[in-house]
Design a protein around this ligand. Structure first.
Ligand code: UN1
Length: 519
C-alpha cells in the first residue's frame, strides 16, 4: 500500500465518492499533483452547476434551523470540531505538505491555525455582543443586536488550503451561518479532508438535529471550476456574503459582481509586503525574519516579504550576510526534516517566476543569488522547485516589476537614505497587506506606526511580515481588498446588525424634537 493510500486511510478518505484513481480520471475530474514530484496524487470528481444549485438549497435550508440553536451550543459543536482537528493534526499536516508543497513544520502550523480559530470561535460564541445606547427620547431604550446572515460563500486559494476556510467557517458557524466552501482546484484533497473532519462531528453530535435536511450541510463543500461554480456563487443572491482569497485580479471581479447585487464581500487579496531595516536594527533578528518571510512557504503567502528596504549605511554588509544564509537554505522534499523550502505549486508558477526575474533584469536589477527557473540546478529534477532569489534594484530606481506580486520566492532589495524615504517606498505600491520595520529607536518605530507611517492592515515592529496570529484581524488595505478575517471583531462581517428601539412609555415622542401635527 502506498504512503498516500495509508495517509488517506488514516484520514478516513479512502472510500470517499469524490476520489478517483488518477489513471481513471475523465474530463469531469481534476487531477491533484504532488508539486514535489510532478506526479498525480489523486483525481477528484468535479461538481457541476446543478450540484451547486442543490448545495445552495441545502445550505439555505439548514442555515434556517442552525441559527435557532443558541450560539453557545453552536460553540460547543465548533469546540468538538477543534478537537477533531487536534486528533488529525499530524495526518492533515502531512497531506497539506504532500498536496501543497509546504514543509512539514508549516503544514502542521496550518492545521494549528484551524485549531486556534476553532478555540477562538468557542469563546466568541458567548461574546457576540451588541451595544446599548441612551435614547434621546424619554421612556425609550435603544440597543443593537447581531443576527446571522444565512449562507456564506467561501472561496479559498491553494496556499492556505485548510486555515483560511477554518477562519471563515468556524466563525461563520458560531455566528449562526452555514458556509459553502469552494476550494482551489490545486488542493482539493486537503479540502475534502477538512470537510470530512467537520462532517463527522456534525453527524455524530446530538445538539443539532435539523427536522429536515442534514446537519453536515452547515459546513458544505463544492469542488468545481470557475465557470460552473465560482462565478455562479458570486452572482447568487442566496449567498449574502462572499469571502474570497486570491489575486487582486480575481478580487476585483468578485467585488464588482457582488456589488452589482448589493451583496457583501470580504476580500483578502494580494500583498506586496516590505521590511524596512534601519541602521539601529538588530540585524540577527532581521536575517531570521527575512528568511522566514521571503523563503518560507516558497514565497507563496500573501504575507510573504517581497521587498527589503535597507538603510544605505547597512545595505551592502547586510546583503552579503543574507546571500550566505540563502546559500544554506535546504530545498527539497517538504516532508524531509531538514528541508526549509519545498516546491512551487505548479509549472505555471515557475514560469511566472521566470518572467518576473527576466523583467527585473531588463529593468536593471542585479541577481545576488538564486536565478531563473529552468536555467538552474532544478532544471532536470522532477517537481516544481526553484531557487530563492534576491534581486538588487538599481540605485535610486524602483523597478515596475517589484510593484507587482509574483507568488514566488523573489526578494527585491532597495536602499534608502532615511525613514521618510523608506515609508514612502513601502507605501508606494497598490497592495497594502503587511509591513514591518526593524529598529531599536522608539521614535522610528512610532513614526512607522503613526497615521503618517505604514498604510497596511498589518504593521509590525522587530518581527517580519508573515506568520500572523489568529487573534488579530487579518487583512489589508487598497488593492488587498479591505476585508478582515479571523480574530478581533471580524465576526461582525458574518452577521447583520440590527438597531432596536423600544418605547415603554405612554407617549410617542419623535426624535430630533419634531412635532408632527397635534399631539
Ligand atoms: C495567506 O497567505 O493567504 O499571516 C494567509 C500569515 C498566515 C496567513 C496567511 N497566518 O502568514
Amino acid at each position: 500500500m502506498s504512503k498516500l493510500s495509508k495517509l488517506l486511510e488514516r484520514l478516513r478518505l479512502e472510500d470517499d465518492a469524490r476520489l478517483v484513481a488518477p489513471e481513471k480520471a475523465g474530463s469531469d475530474c481534476v487531477v491533484s499533483d504532488n508539486p514535489a514530484t510532478g506526479e498525480p496524487l489523486m483525481a477528484v470528481r468535479l461538481d457541476s452547476a446543478e450540484d451547486l444549485e442543490k448545495s445552495i438549497q441545502r445550505c439555505v435550508a439548514v442555515a434556517a434551523q442552525w441559527k435557532q440553536l443558541p450560539a453557545p451550543q453552536r460553540g460547543e459543536i465548533v469546540r468538538r470540531i477543534g478537537e477533531a482537528f487536534r486528533e488529525a493534526k499530524d495526518d492533515l499536516g502531512e497531506l497539506v505538505s504532500l498536496e501543497c508543497g509546504k514543509i512539514r513544520a508549516e503544514g502542521l502550523g496550518e492545521v494549528q491555525e484551524c485549531i486556534d480559530i476553532a478555540d477562538f470561535s468557542v469563546g466568541l460564541s458567548r461574546q457576540l455582543y451588541g451595544l446599548t445606547m441612551h435614547s434621546e427620547r424619554p421612556s425609550h431604550r435603544m440597543y443593537e443586536q447581531w443576527h446571522p446572515l444565512g449562507t456564506i460563500g467561501c472561496i479559498t486559494a491553494f496556499n492556505f488550503p485548510a486555515a483560511v476556510w477554518a477562519w471563515n467557517a468556524m466563525i461563520a458557524g458560531v455566528c449562526g451561518n452555514a458556509t459553502l466552501w469552494k476550494p482551489s482546484l490545486l488542493t482539493p484533497l486537503v479540502a475534502i479532508a477538512c470537510h470530512k473532519i467537520a462532517a463527522r462531528v456534525m453527524k455524530k453530535q446530538e445538539l443539532f438535529k435539523p427536522s429536515s435536511g442534514d446537519a453536515r450541510d452547515v459546513f458544505s463543500l463544492i469542488i468545481g471550476t470557475d465557470s460552473d461554480v465560482a462565478e455562479r456563487m458570486v452572482a447568487d443572491r442566496r449567498l449574502p456574503l462572499i469571502s474570497a482569497t486570491g489575486s487582486c485580479r480575481m478580487g476585483r471581479r468578485v467585488g464588482q459582481v457582488v456589488a452589482g447585487r448589493l451583496g457583501r464581500t470580504l476580500l483578502e487579496l494580494g500583498g506586496n509586503n516590505a521590511i524596512i531595516v534601519m541602521p539601529d536594527a538588530d540585524l540577527k533578528l532581521v536575517e531570521r525574519a527575512v528568511l522566514f518571510g521571503a523563503v518560507g512557504t516558497a514565497g507563496q503567502r500573501c504575507t510573504t516579504t517581497r521587498r527589503l528596504i535597507l538603510h544605505e549605511s547597512i545595505a551592502d554588509k547586510f546583503l552579503e550576510q543574507l546571500v550566505k544564509h540563502y546559500g544554506r537554505v535546504t530545498i527539497g522534499d517538504p516532508l524531509e526534516k531538514a528541508t526549509l523550502m519545498g516546491p512551487l505549486i505548479s509549472p505555471r508558477s515557475r514560469q511566472d517566476m521566470r518572467a518576473a526575474i527576466e523583467r527585473a533584469q531588463q529593468e536593471g536589477c542585479h541577481v545576488l543569488c538564486g536565478g531563473i527557473p529552468g536555467m538552474d540546478r532544478w532544471d532536470k529534477t522532477p517537481g516544481y522547485f526553484v531557487e530563492p532569489t534576491i534581486l538588487r534594484a538599481p540605485q535610486g530606481k524602483v523597478p515596475a516589476v517589484c510593484c507587482e506580486e509574483t507568488f514566488a520566492p523573489i526578494l527585491f532589495a532597495l536602499t534608502v537614505k532615511n525613514l521618510d524615504e523608506a515609508i514612502a517606498l513601502q507605501n508606494g505600491v497598490d497592495q497594502g497587506l503587511s509591513s514591518a520595520i526593524f529598529t531599536d529607536s522608539v521614535r522610528s518605530a512610532e513614526r512607522f506606526l503613526s497615521h503618517a507611517g505604514s498604510d497596511c492592515g498589518i504593521a509590525n515592529v522587530n518581527l517580519g511580515t508573515s506568520g500572523a496570529e489568529i487573534g488579530g484581524a487579518f487583512g489589508g488595505e487598497k488593492d488587498t481588498g479591505g476585508g478582515r478575517e479571523s480574530g478581533s471583531d471580524s465576526w461582525k462581517q458574518y452577521m447583520r446588525r440590527q438597531t432596536c428601539t423600544i418605547n415603554w412609555g405612554t407617549d410617542l415622542p419623535l426624535a430630533q424634537g419634531i412635532t408632527f401635527g397635534t399631539s
